[in-house]
Design a binder for this molecule. Sequence first.
Ligand SMILES: Nc1ncnc2c1ncn2[C@@H]1O[C@H](COP(=O)(O)OP(=O)(O)OP(=O)(O)O)[C@@H](O)[C@H]1O
Length: 238
Amino acid sequence: MKSDQAKVRLEQVSLQLGRQHFFFDASFEEAKVTAVVGPSGSGKSTLLNLVAGFETPTGGRVLIGADDMGGRDPAERPISLIFQENNLFAHLDIVTNVGLGISPSLRLTQEDKARIASALERVGLAGFEKRLPSSMSGGERQRAALARALVRQRAVMLLDEPFAALDPGLRAGMAGLLKELQSENDNTVLLVTHHPDDIRRLADAVVFLSDGKILFQGATEAFFSATDIPEVGAFLQK
Ligand SMILES: Nc1ncnc2c1ncn2[C@@H]1O[C@H](COP(=O)(O)OP(=O)(O)OP(=O)(O)O)[C@@H](O)[C@H]1O
């Protein structure tokens, strides 16, 4: 994956939701982690929804590699998603939840089953196969969601505040695991977060949003020096 096949590009993308107008022109480098940050209501989830295909732009294009995503359903895009919560089906055990990442109809080959076992082991959940999500802690559920994203083997991972429900110790652990898996698989990651700590430990680049627009995009280091942009300064002072 070294030919920008998994570079994500929003080309002059515009969208109107209620009274909020959005305009995004940005690119997200292949095999890198880009943090998507900004105040509440600035458009972070909307940006991810445009890449995922849950929202359709009124103008512009969303590209992954050379492919225009226009007209493609979320399931037809090379993406996997992890949200803050509700990632797992409550009535299904963990091995089934992870299996759904490979096949919605759960028609799984022996090879698929081996991949699931290995993903569960990787996130520290070997032995949890038959457990229901309700019997697990928030951190364990998030690790199961990460295992499901892993078995999908999609180039692009969209993570919307994936650690929000976790305490600081677990956040650091999950962030470390995510970074490890991301660099092994060369995933292109868009990570929505409210925490400067997550940006420091995970992100290669930052896109900062305010009121539906991009105010900053660039390397992580440059972001932490961009305090001349008042909104960035306010965010970093939190
Ligand atoms: N379907 C919709 N109809 C009308 N307005 C919407 C719709 N979806 C989002 N919005 C508005 O667009 C703005 C951006 O929402 P979005 O969820 O993308 O923000 P966010 O940056 O992810 O916020 P947060 O950090 O609070 O999750 C908000 O003001 C929201 O109320």
